[in-house]
Design a protein around this ligand. Structure first.
Ligand code: SIN
Length: 512
């Protein structure tokens, strides 16, 4: 029997699970053992929360060329055209494969898939499961993960750093250092291959649709290990998060609601988008988010309105049950009353630079999903292309790891430090998180300005100096660990934004 290929996946969302399940499908080629390190249950992930769906060419009146054109238009041409062609081309087969695996997507009485339309798409092409597509895909993948004897999910584990050995071109990722969030013990775990699938970093901003776990862990680990990134300047703000005064992640009002006929309006009732873009309420997200942001600044309003009355109450409840329920909890009758909306940080278009199969510049390290930058999205992401990417690239990665990773005798995990966990968060950490988020939202958000970005870099440096002594005391609260990563990611976003020569896609600089 050959030695097993031993793989660590960091992150238990759709990209990580898609990779793990595709890899163990190839177990006949080579025995394989996959350990998924996850800091929280998958229900707390961005993947699970995804409302929209999977963009794919599923109709004769649509074409790969049009999907490619829409992707490149929204990405402002910054995309890698070969990756766009490849991922878009895999769309229909991926949808069929997910259906074969048991995914239920909305279809009409004849069994034809119902397709939603979202921003930047020239036609309806978003395959979905009501407004809970992420949850449906998670359900299918999780069942496969749970039933595989070759996959082990280890949680709650907070990955802290990559273990890298060697120098120069011999540098190789050998594993991860992670903290067990129950015992506080920090261990070094070794593997033939490490796959980062840690999701986004929306928590770097004050208002985000991302869950509290979206703290850029994988990107920060890659930065500390000196692994190449790409396109970090491009952070997508979703135009329509539900406006509330409650703390915590903002609830998303899916763009598919606008695709079904809802319209944005200014505080005085004026339709917002008609005069601004020829795609109106379905313009690329960066255009709409900026228009809302400007209108809010101009009118001093805390939010704008989404009028879904053309759809009516019954249709709204049928097509968007999760959104309808959330609105109802706030006393809003969706499909009749206007919904208060506001932009919120939603998706990191850049990330750890990979090729079209998830390989990074560091041997032994792959990156998948939102923490990675395959080149698909460019300067802004076409709606629902991310779930497609999170299914397609992991499948390709699983196809090549046997030739990319050395099969070595497994080194057993080794304790690094016992109980480093502190259950108490220092007030300095809480304040520092607030200051970081405020600076990023004010100066490196939807509309940026050079002086503000430079000021933000100074704030980041000051906060790093403030937390250094707390970090060195070696009693780390989960908030402190998150802050350490968020500071690294914030610096990367801000420096990348300052280095961009011109406004493009989601990166927009106002010259004063
Ligand atoms: C949405 O449903 O509006 C979000 C979908 C996405 O971000 O791709």
């Amino acid at each position: 029997m050959n030695a097993a290929l031993d793989v660590i996946v960091v992150g238990g969302g759709i990209a990580g699970m898609a990779f793990a399940t595709r890899l163990v499908d190839r177990n006949d080629q080579q025995p394989v053992r996959v350990r998924i390190f996850s800091k929280a249950a998958v229900e707390a992930s961005n993947s699970f929360a995804a409302q929209g769906g999977v963009a794919a060419v599923m109709r004769l009146e649509d074409s790969f060329e049009q999907h490619i054109r829409d992707t490149m238009n929204v990405g402002a041409g910054r995309n890698d055209p070969d990756v766009v062609r490849l991922v878009v081309g895999e769309g229909p087969a991926m949808i069929r494969s997910m259906i074969d695996l048991g995914a239920h997507f909305d279809s009409d009485a004849t069994g034809r898939l119902q397709l939603a339309r979202e921003g930047g798409h020239s036609m309806a092409r978003v395959v979905h499961h009501r407004d809970r597509t992420g949850e449906e895909i998670v359900r299918v993948l999780q069942a496969r993960v749970r039933s595989s004897p070759h996959i082990e999910v280890i949680e709650p584990q907070r990955a802290l750093d990559l273990l890298v050995e060697g120098e120069g071109t011999d540098r190789q990722c050998r594993g991860i250092r992670a903290m067990d969030l129950r015992s506080g013990d920090v261990m070094d775990h070794f593997a033939s291959l490490v796959v980062l699938a840690t999701g986004g970093a929306g928590q770097v901003y004050e208002r985000t649709t991302n869950p509290i776990g979206a703290t850029g862990d994988g990107v920060a680990m890659a930065i500390r290990a000196d692994v190449d990134l790409r396109d970090m300047a491009f952070v997508q703000f979703h135009p329509t998060a539900l406006h509330t005064t409650e703390p915590g992640p903002a609830f998303l009002i899916s763009e598919a609601v606008r695709g079904a006929g809802a319209r944005l309006s200014a505080p005085d009732g004026r339709p917002l988008m008609k005069a601004i873009h020829d795609m109106g309420d379905l313009a690329p997200r960066n255009v709409i988010a900026r228009a809302i942001h400007r209108e809010m600044q101009l009118t001093g309003s805390s939010h704008l309105w989404l009028d879904a009355s053309p759809m009516g109450v019954a249709r709204f409840a049928m097509e968007f049950p999760a959104i309808e329920k959330r609105c109802r909890e706030m006393g809003i009758v969706a499909g009749r009353d206007r919904i208060p909306v506001v932009p919120a940080a939603h998706y990191m278009c850049g990330g750890i630079r990979t090729d079209d199969s998830g390989r990074t510049a560091l041997k032994g390290l792959f990156a998948l999903g939102e923490c990675a930058s395959s080149g698909l999205h460019g300067a802004d992401r076409l709606a629902s292309n991310s779930l497609l990417e999170a299914l397609v690239i992991p499948k390709r990665a699983a196809g090549i790891v046997f030739t990319s990773a050395p099969i070595e005798k497994l080194r057993s995990s080794r304790p690094y430090r016992e109980n480093w966990l502190s259950r108490r968060t220092s007030a300095i950490v809480t304040r520092a998180l607030g200051s970081l988020r405020h600076a990023m939202s004010t100066h490196v958000g939807i509309i940026r300005e050079e002086g503000g970005m430079l000021h933000t870099l100074c704030i980041i440096a000051m906060l790093e100096r403030q937390i250094a002594p707390i970090w060195n005391r070696r009693r780390w609260s989960p908030e402190l660990i998150d802050l350490r990563d968020l500071l690294v990611v914030a610096r990367s976003i801000t420096s990348a934004a300052l280095a961009e020569p011109a406004s493009m896609g989601a990166h927009y600089v106002e010259v004063k």
